[in-house]
Ligand binder design. Structure first.
Ligand code: KIV
Ligand code: ZN
Length: 521
């Protein structure tokens, strides 16, 4: 009988800490729903004490998502634990995850605490969390660079105080697999009553060893692995969920362990996280990369056609990568369209389906073959997660060699059409400046990326922009076969998210007059 390994997903907490990622409450909820479908054991929904928005996101996930345990992160400060509990308590299975660093370098320079003070803080924090919640996880941050004897003392205190999960982080991705395995062995040998708790690991990928280290720990008997979808996370990221799960699945002969993950949901989850986080998956990424199941050389193609297993150790269908049997185009009807979307895992209500079908037909007029990636993009852009204060109504661009690029943009704000024109360094810059004149929002553009959704000269362009306002980031996405239009839509999408969070008070420029006149949405 294979033993069970629990999958603790921290995409919404450690993953959301990736530079440039800014998920709002609705986006976190959408990812959490998909994580529940994927059947992870635990969703770490965020760090509630870090900001009111983060608190709200964790609270919403705890209230709305059933199935997995919902965890919130908290420092050992008692006020953090109180806030965390308020955020997770609505969950059917809540967990408080509290942490403090234990390495000498963190104690000396970051915490300015003695070892005795850390021991006391751990005891106090775990007991305090236990007053609220049966399920309490404790993590000694930077465990892999901590003095082993001290670490064992800390973990012993946490178990005695009632921790139900002990998590061993390789916070800075410094460990190597053999070393980490030996480290786990020593912990298992040194900490009394480990049979009362679940032992867990949390590895970072600074040396590209996060998955290898997690698997080495599983071989030492660890029961929980912390990971993120696509391996996103602080710096070089965390253990990639899809890699660790598929390694355990494909090499059951070695690990003798299984997870409860519905592997057919892996690909869909990866695409969703890539799209909402704005962090694209590298083409050659294991399991979910675009090339992961493609064979370019003639010898390989010949082998796979004769017998798939000559060059494939996993079946693409196992991760939910479904191949297209019908090619959709301008003559396809609603039935085929709905059928394909359902195969891709999208379940739209009638109105959403109608709107997506309308966009599909528009695209099919301009593009001969509609791929799954096109469909996915159409649907994602159809699912509106926030109200659209600004709607793109019209745009006229003039650009070329030896001319000053100019843009005239018309936006509907509160139902009224407002127009502005601007010059810029290029057509995209001119478009953004015209939009800025209308909204009057002093945002800084931090990042801009443009990708072709699928191949071919008629491919749709997907633009992602990252804008910053008062130190907060907002991500916007736009889609069109015209890349300037896609850019405008992405920029407006980011501004709509900003306006949704801050309200009308931040608006200036041309639209203030409109708002004062109290136009209706
Ligand atoms: O990397 C780390 O140490 C963490 C802890 C908070 C678990 O993310
Ligand atoms: Zn981490």
């Amino acid at each position: 009988m294979p033993r069970r390994v629990y999958i603790f997903d921290t995409t919404l907490r450690d993953g959301a800490q990736s530079p440039g990622v800014c998920l709002n409450v609705q986006e976190k909820l959408e990812i959490a729903r998909q994580l529940a479908r994927l059947n992870v054991d635990v969703i770490e929904a965020g760090f509630p004490a870090s900001s009111p928005g983060e608190f709200e996101a964790v609270r919403t996930v705890a209230e709305k998502i059933s199935g997995p345990t919902i965890a919130g992160l908290a420092r050992v400060a008692l006020s953090d634990i109180d806030t965390c509990w308020r955020a997770v308590k609505a969950a059917r299975r809540p967990r408080i995850h509290t942490f403090i660093a234990t390495s000498d370098v963190h104690l000396k320079y970051k915490l300015r605490m003695t070892r005795e003070q850390v021991l006391e803080a751990v005891d106090r924090a775990v007991r305090h969390a236990k007053n609220y919640c049966e399920d309490v996880e404790f993590s000694p941050e930077d465990a892999s660079r901590s003095d082993l004897a001290f670490l064992i003392q800390v973990l012993t205190v946490a178990v005695e105080a009632g921790a139900t999960v002990l998590n061993i982080p390789d916070t800075v991705g410094y460990a190597t697999p053999e070393e980490f395995a030996a480290f786990i062995r020593e912990i298992r040998r040194g900490v009394p009553h480990l049979d009362r708790v679940i032992l867990s690991v949390h590895c970072h990928n600074d040396l590209g060893l996060a998955v290898a280290n997690s698997l080495a720990a599983v071989q030492e008997g660890v029961q929980q692995v912390e990971c993120t979808v696509n391996g996103i996370g602080e710096r070089a990221g965390n253990t990639a969920l899809e890699e660790v799960v598929m390694a355990l699945y494909t090499r059951r002969d070695i690990y003798g362990a299984e997870t409860a993950i519905r592997t057919e949901e892996i690909y869909r989850t990866s695409r969703l996280v890539a799209s909402l986080s704005g962090m694209p998956v590298q083409y050659n990424k294991a399991v979910v990369g675009r090339n992961a199941f493609q064979h370019a050389s003639g010898i390989h193609q010949d082998g796979v056609l004769k017998e798939r297993t000559t060059y494939e150790i996993m079946n693409a269908a196992t991760i939910g990568l479904v191949t297209e049997h019908i090619v959709l185009g301008k003559y396809s009807g609603r039935h085929a369209f709905r059928h394909r979307l359902e195969q891709l895992g999208f379940h739209l209500d009638d109105e959403e389906l109608e709107q997506a079908f309308f966009r599909f037909k528009n695209l099919a007029d301009r593009k001969s073959e509609i791929t799954d990636r096109d469909l996915e993009a159409i649907v994602r852009h159809e699912l509106k997660t926030i109200p659209e204060k600004f709607q793109l109504e019209s745009m006229h661009i003039s650009s070329g060699t030896n001319v000053v690029p100019t843009a005239t943009v018309g936006l509907k704000v509160n139902g009224t059409l407002l127009q502005e024109a601007a010059c810029g360094e290029g057509p995209v810059d001119a478009t953004f400046k015209a939009i800025d004149k209308i909204t009057g929002l002093p945002v800084a553009l931090r990042n801009y990326t443009l990708n072709a959704v699928s191949g071919g000269k008629d491919a749709m362009g997907e633009v992602t922009v990252h804008v910053e306002y008062e130190g907060r980031g907002f991500l916007g996405r736009g889609l069109s076969t015209d890349i300037i239009e896609a850019s405008a839509k992405a920029y407006i999408n980011a501004l709509n998210k900003l306006a949704f969070e801050y309200g009308d008070a931040v608006l200036a420029g041309k639209c203030t007059r409109e708002i004062q006149q109290g136009g209706s949405d």
